[in-house]
Design a protein. Sequence first.
Length: 420
Amino acid sequence: MRNPTSAWNARAKEFTVNLLLCTLSIAIFFGVAELLARIWYTPEEIRSEGHFEFDVETIFRQKKNHAGTYFGVPYTTNSYGHRGSRDYSVEKPKNTIRILVLGDSVAFGTKVLDSEAFPVLLEEKLSQYFTDQHTAISAEVINAAVPGNTPFQEYHDLQRSLLFNPDLVILQFTLNDVRENYGTWQLQNMGFNEAYTSQAQFFDYLFGKKTLPLAFRADYLLRQKSAFYLFLKDLGNRIRFRDASGEHIADIAQQMEAGFAEVLVDDPQNPQILQEWEYALSWTRKTIQIAKENNIPLLLLVTPFAFQISRPEETAHPQRIMRELAEEQNITYVDLLHALFEEYAAFTGEGGNTSEIIAQTIQQNPEKLQDFWSSLFYDICHALPSGHKLIARILQPEVLKALHRTDIAELPLTQESSYR
């Protein structure tokens, strides 16, 4: 009679041998596949000289202690990744009003020097004002804005910046915060060569519609090490976008993206646009809620796109939506488009009603409004140094009034502002 123990040992040995052979076969298969794939594909070696780095929560973040150029203009970041080389102490100095600026490339100060961005200018104006009023108060304005930010990233930026104990948060919002046509350029800046061929894959993560899966971390590592993995991803994209050649994937992906900023104005009831608004506003509400829970007043600054300057103000649907949100949340609202119309009307020296002046100019000579825009902005939404000076001037009285409504300190008020 056969010994049961011997029979079990024999089966175990046979299983072990088969398992080893199977493992060896798989290893040989993937090894050969990897060698063959490297004929056509090269692991990406994701390293970037740009100013972004990967962040597991927000997808991207600004590099810390970084000096570089952005659109040809030098810039720096401090040890927290905030714009400028100055490090603000975590503990707020005595008799100091500290303001935190959240936003995207507009507030960051794209194409202007560190010292020319409106947060720096606002700090200077507030400090000078307090000095002129013979108070012991000083001002600090921390620029935590990051190019490419959406309300999703700004929510996390506020949470991470609460340690600075700000007395006021300025949340800057512009039209492409709802949906950006080329929103994955941040990934390319970080060294993801595949970014523009699979934009739709990342949009929901960049805008906070989906939580970044743990699998993304494995993807992040594998794309740097395995050519065979890159082959499989390429094959998957060709199947997904129904493009056997792979030559038109980028164009197809761009067609799948949501509309341009103008669609927010031209077709505000578009179901897809309404859905994008819902997501954007949900994150903005969360940001406002975090500020309220920490007893921090919040000022909402809405900045326009160039095409809006030569259109009637009643077509500014994005601004209306954000104004209604501000009223709903009982927060300070500053509409830069309206401020620009006010500024233009004053610039003409014609007197009279601003709305009438703007309506007449749009009808008779809209080029004047475009020229006025060009004197303050260098492209569709980013301000020149002159534009940043104007923004700081507009914000100063609104900031003082927002602070005055709190019990932070007895602040002297400046002149009333009509910029709303």
